[in-house]
Design a protein around this ligand. Structure first.
Ligand SMILES: [Zn+2]
Ligand SMILES: [Zn+2]
Length: 337
């Protein structure tokens, strides 16, 4: 239940027809897990069950009828399970599938020794073979990378210079937590720049510099108007919507990437969108092809997410792990199991 978590012995699950059982070796705490733990996210959540979705492990056993996976193979999990039939799936938006569910919220998650991957997820290709060049402890970071890639595709970031008269697109990222820093790395890899980061916490501004931001502000020093081609909200602060609308140029594109607290309301001046021909998009979760792209970017060494991994714990240290993940002192926290 909210603010209560315990470690329990349970029977090892047996994979049924079409299912794959994985032995989890590394699993990271997502901001969403912290929101679940503190009771701020309740959709899809079943109390009394393990959560956790950013994970990698080895195939432990396969159920009858499974092909393509064998015990011992390293795998990483892409968590949105979609139908492949509905209008969203057919339009390449499987993350918005009408009957989608998320592994680790709707099913027993990865903060456990074993995780059962349902038959639909296996047949849809949600279980990715992990290349030997990607260390197991890094692999849980593929999932948030995939989410950021989906968001960047959705806003057309780095799609070409035709819109910007030949120069690179400029970008402002609000928030330098793990998600903001992943956006920063991915955008740099796409040739987006200059990149400005706005972040209230001093040590995170320092990190943004280390991760290659060209310019860093605390929110009280930031009052840019009409300066950026694109903006990403990597923190769910409703008032930042107006700040971003003001900060972008005419024809600017804004992604409301971070989730807001349920019921959040904000006042904006609609004429900034009207006269500026500004595009506002959102993004949530990821598609299998974003996950494949994340695997490829890490495999080729284009992105190295390892510096994001700041804390490692065993499962019995879950209280301390959730504390540092929740209070902002850690970037990514990984359980090694
Ligand atoms: Zn996540
Ligand atoms: Zn669907």
């Amino acid at each position: 239940g909210p603010n209560r978590m315990s470690l329990r012995e349970v029977a090892r699950p047996q994979p049924g027809p079409g299912e794959v059982l994985i032995r989890v070796h590394a699993t990271a705490i997502c901001g969403t897990d912290v929101r679940i733990f503190t009771g701020r996210k309740t959709r899809e959540i079943r109390h009394g069950h393990p959560i956790g979705h950013e994970c990698a492990g080895a195939v432990a056993a396969v159920g009858p009828g499974v092909s393509g996976y064998a015990p011992g193979q390293p795998v990483a999990v892409c968590v949105v399970v979609s139908c492949g039939q509905c209008e969203y799936c057919r339009a390449d938006h499987e993350n918005l599938c009408d009957t989608r569910y998320t592994l680790g919220y709707a099913t027993d998650g990865s903060f456990a020794e074993y995780m059962l991957i349902p038959a639909l997820a296996v047949s849809r290709g949600n279980l990715f073979h992990l290349p030997a060049t990607i260390p197991m402890e890094i692999a849980p970071l593929l999932e948030p990378m995939a989410c950021c890639l989906n968001g960047q595709h959705g806003m057309g970031l780095g799609r070409g210079r035709a819109d910007t008269d030949g120069r690179a697109e400029s970008l402002v990222i609000f928030g330098a937590g793990p998600i903001g820093l992943i956006h920063l790395m991915l955008a740099r890899a796409k040739g987006v720049g200059p990149i400005t980061v706005v972040e209230p916490v001093a040590h995170r501004r320092e990190l943004a510099k280390r991760f290659g931001a060209d310019e860093i502000f605390s929110p009280d020093q930031f009052d840019a108007a009409g300066r950026f081609d694109t903006a990403i909200l990597a923190v769910g602060v409703p008032d930042l919507v107006s700040v971003a609308l003001r900060a972008v140029k005419k024809t600017g594109r804004i992604s409301l990437f971070a989730g807001f607290s349920a019921g959040a309301v904000v006042t904006i001046d609609p004429n900034t969108i009207h006269y500026g021909q500004i595009t506002v998009t959102g993004a949530s979760e990821s598609r299998r092809r974003d996950f494949a792209e994340a695997v490829s970017l890490v495999e080729q060494g284009i992105i190295d997410p390892a510096p994001l991994l700041t804390h490692r714990f065993s499962l019995d240290q879950h209280e301390e792990a959730f504390r540092v993940a929740g209070d902002g002192s850690a970037l990514k926290v990984v359980f090694e199991i």
